[in-house]
Design a protein around this ligand. Sequence first.
Ligand SMILES: NC(=O)C1=CN([C@@H]2O[C@H](COP(=O)(O)OP(=O)(O)OC[C@H]3O[C@@H](n4cnc5c(N)ncnc54)[C@H](O)[C@@H]3O)[C@@H](O)[C@H]2O)C=CC1
Ligand SMILES: O=C([O-])CC(=O)C(=O)O
Length: 313
Amino acid sequence: MARKKIALVGAGQIGGTMALVAAQKNLGDVVLIDIPMTQGMPKGKALDIMEGRSVINSSVDLQGSTDYAALKGADVVIVTAGFPRMPGMSRDDLLEKNCGVIKTVAEAIKEHAPDAFVIVITNPLDAMVYNMQKQSGLPANKVIGMAGVLDSARLACFVADELGVSVEDVKALVLGGHGDTMVSIYESVSVGGIPLPQLMTKEKFAELAKRTAGAGGEIVNLLGRGSAFYSPATSAIHMAEAYLLDKKNVFSCAAKLNGEYGVKGLYCGVPVVVGANGVEKIIEVKLTADEKAAFDKSVEACQKNADWVDAHT
Ligand SMILES: NC(=O)C1=CN([C@@H]2O[C@H](COP(=O)(O)OP(=O)(O)OC[C@H]3O[C@@H](n4cnc5c(N)ncnc54)[C@H](O)[C@@H]3O)[C@@H](O)[C@H]2O)C=CC1
Ligand SMILES: O=C([O-])CC(=O)C(=O)O
């Protein structure tokens, strides 16, 4: 059986890290694609990882390119092309700049890899994945956005730290848009199979949920330049693996809603099942009245940005 091909459009901080993680997992051959301005950069990153493969027991092939034609034959395309935010900026401040970048990349995917499963990471996430699906015309089950896996992992990390338990045993769920309005679900968190409400008060949980909503900004401020990249990269590769290995994993991601949660035609963070057919199911979680109100507010924020995309494309 031929090896799978993973194309990474954007070979910056997240792109380079994803290439390494995909190689470590022997997930498939990797091509790193960046803009011509970057000249040897994507090739240099690919070669750097290639030269270390004997140490990580990997036999995949890695290439770098500044030509979108290198997308040809890709099973999965993961898009980080665009700009990250700097301290003092919100993700929404990237809307205008990244909208044009995603349009260019969407057209290239449509031309060279129309059968691929596409995972968008570029911010503002929910609007950029909406833009990608709109511009590429690919089916909605084959275009998703990475955010919920990361936001849920961050919440799990904070819960584990607070309880003094292994994060491996904590499962968490964060829904809604990838911004200040994201919604952490108290009753969906479990610790070694034990529902969180048996272990932590709602008030303490609210503090951790608040930190989760601001976690991207916390890292932006610490780094001083650019944004988180290690955990975004591992989160996206987890999603790619679910598709490539038909794992039927359940996680939260930005998916196009078609009436679920009372929303139609909009991308927003919800739990999905991902396997060989892409998004195979959207799961509707029972929410409390407060959670539903918070989710609706988050949907409004996603709608506002999607409206901006519609008005400018
Ligand atoms: N969804 C999420 O949870 C997260 C999203 N992000 C977002 O991911 C994006 C990438 O972040 P980083 O990798 O840290 O940024 P980065 O600046 O290190 O890399 C972005 C790369 O995209 C390239 N690029 C720009 N225009 C392009 C085009 N038309 N075609 C191909 N490549 C192009 C740039 O040359 C650069 O190398 C940012 O928008 C950031 O806000 C970051 C973390 C988490
Ligand atoms: O905060 C940012 O700009 C990057 C991002 O989306 C995250 O780390 O969650």
